[in-house]
Design a protein around this ligand. Structure first.
Ligand SMILES: NC(=O)c1ccc[n+]([C@@H]2O[C@H](COP(=O)([O-])OP(=O)(O)OC[C@H]3O[C@@H](n4cnc5c(N)ncnc54)[C@H](OP(=O)(O)O)[C@@H]3O)[C@@H](O)[C@H]2O)c1
Length: 247
């Protein structure tokens, strides 16, 4: 019997959930529980960690899961590593729905770095106005450069003080559009952008807006993951699932 675990937390995961529901596939959607009001899904939803790779393996067996679709964010590396390990340990089929990374084009001024500490180190010493488009979890890395003004874009209002002395938080949930992002960069007089290489469409507008304004961008490259089967579209995941089911 087919029973799918869909690891979510992205726009692509929500699209995947809609397709599974439409096709009548039995599936459970999983959120980490990072945001106060996660997007509603047309599937049964569970929230919270599994307890590492071992906890996930036990959960897969207890729930009779036959297939795992990892549609987490490309920087949710721990969850993706756990999924590879737990699926290998339990013999569960695994596929990743992974967005293609962004690539610089003509007119882009990108500096690639390996992680967020390197992104902070790559910021100049002279004070600037930086759009720090990295979410909320790893802001502390930028406490090493307190001379900059930071613009943050967060899903939920911050609880407690931010680790950055000079920061403005805009509360907004993607997907984001070009006109709005251009206006945001202009109105805040942003001089530099820092972003993870998330890929996909929902968050790329800020890069197009930065190109229009000739702004330099620091791009954090994706973390390395163990080998796994990976596709870029919902349709490819469905084809994989139906082939696996023999229908
Ligand atoms: N990292 C980003 O930049 C980013 C951006 C947008 C959205 N997100 C979404 O936010 C969530 C957390 O991301 P993260 O970077 O904190 O992940 P992470 O560092 O890879 O995961 C840390 C732990 O959180 C739990 N977890 C993560 N995703 C989960 C899921 N979908 N369902 C159940 N448990 C989950 C797991 O706990 P256990 O070990 O206890 O199982 C995992 O080991 C993910 O759903 C991701 O898609 C992340």
């Amino acid at each position: 019997m087919t029973r799918v675990l869909l690891l979510g937390g992205t726009t692509e995961a929500s699209r995947m959930a809609a397709a599974l529901a439409r096709d009548g596939v039995e599936a459970v959607f999983s959120y980490a529980g990072r945001t106060a009001a996660p997007v509603a899904q047309p599937l049964p939803v569970r929230v919270g960690g599994f307890g590492g790779a071992e906890g996930l393996a036990a959960w897969l067996q207890a729930e009779g899961i036959s297939h795992v679709i990892d549609a987490t964010h490309p920087f949710a590396a721990q969850m993706s590593r756990n999924a590879v390990a737990a699926c290998a340990a339990t013999g569960t089929a695994l596929i990743a729905l992974e967005r293609r990374p962004w690539a610089a084009g003509p007119g882009d001024d990108w500096t690639h770095v390996a992680d967020l500490d390197a992104a902070a180190a790559a910021l100049p010493d002279e004070p600037e106005r930086v759009f720090l488009a990295i979410g909320r979890q790893h802001l502390a890395a930028f406490a090493a450069k307190p001379q900059h003004h930071y613009l943050l874009r967060l899903v939920d209002p911050p609880e407690g003080a931010l680790p950055l002395p000079d920061a403005e938080a805009v509360i907004s949930r993607g997907p984001f559009g070009y006109d709005d992002d251009l206006e945001l960069l202009r109105s805040r007089r942003i001089t530099r952008l820092v972003t993870k290489n998330a890929g996909g469409e929902g968050a790329r507008a800020k890069l197009d807006a930065a190109r229009t304004l000739g702004l330099p961008v620091i791009v954090v490259d994706r973390p390395a993951l163990p080998p796994r089967e990976s596709v870029e579209t919902v349709a490819e995941v469905l084809a994989w699932l139906h082939a696996e089911r023999g229908v």
